[in-house]
Write a protein that binds this ligand. Structure first.
Ligand code: G3P
Ligand code: MG
Length: 224
């Protein structure tokens, strides 16, 4: 079971910051997950469209503007990183699941990741693009694997994930039943489950032969 550091090692470091990604890498995480929003042509690594929860700012990203967002503290006196800065930090050593959070993210993310591959420091199979916004996900460059995110289960989610060109079906812990996992895997999809932090849940996902879990405390999953 692959342990994906969710928003980096976000249980012990401010989520989606360079220190959270650095720590996940230092723990030996093979993959990290992060969330991106597009603002003024740049890709900001932040979960919410509102600044209040994870920075010392307030209001929306769009209202603040890029320069002001970059002056904020995202925790530990760190900036809200750009996706390009995370690529530089991790330098091809850890796979990255880029979750496309907002509109207009698929194309610039695809372009940036393609450029990263052209440097020779990254391979396309070190990236996974995912989104709850399935229309946005389908605008992503198909050279990168797609993870189709489901907030709640629907009866035909396996067929729809495949129809969208998904290689992964990414589901919530409460939806991670043996029937769903088996059906997806038998159809050729890999299954990733979010967010799995409790040791008992990690063990249960392992027993169900889930392919990957998103975990805020990756050291817990890496121990198992
Ligand atoms: O991609 C898995 C997980 O990150 C999806 O939910 O809200 O944590 O981005 P959220
Ligand atoms: Mg996410």
């Amino acid at each position: 079971m692959i342990i994906i550091g969710h928003r980096g090692a976000s249980g012990n470091y401010p989520e989606n910051t360079l220190s959270a990604f650095q720590h996940a890498a230092a723990l030996g995480c093979p993959w990290v997950e992060l969330d991106v929003h597009q603002l003024e042509g740049e890709l900001l690594v932040i979960h919410d469209e509102q600044l209040d929860r994870t920075t010392n700012g307030s209001g929306s990203l769009a209202a603040a503007g890029l320069a002001a967002v970059r002056r904020l503290d995202a925790g530990n006196e760190e900036q809200v990183p750009l996706l390009s800065e995370v690529l530089t930090l991790l330098d091809g050593k850890v796979g990255i699941n880029v979750e496309l959070k907002g509109p207009g993210t698929a194309e610039p993310t695809s372009q940036l990741l393609r450029k990263a591959c052209q440097t020779g420091r990254w391979r396309a199979d070190q990236f996974l693009l995912s989104a709850f916004d399935h229309a946005e996900l389908q605008r992503a460059d198909p050279i990168f694997a797609r993870g189709v995110l489901w907030g709640r289960p629907v009866p035909d989610m396996v067929e729809r994930s495949l129809a969208m060109g998904g290689q992964w079906m990414n589901i919530a812990l409460k939806a991670a039943t043996e029937d769903r996992i088996t059906a997806a895997q038998q159809a050729g999809l890999k299954v990733a489950v979010y967010t799995v932090n409790e040791p008992a849940d990690l063990a249960a996902m392992r027993a169900l032969k889930v392919d990957a879990v998103f975990c805020d405390f990756p050291e817990r999953g890496l121990q198992g």
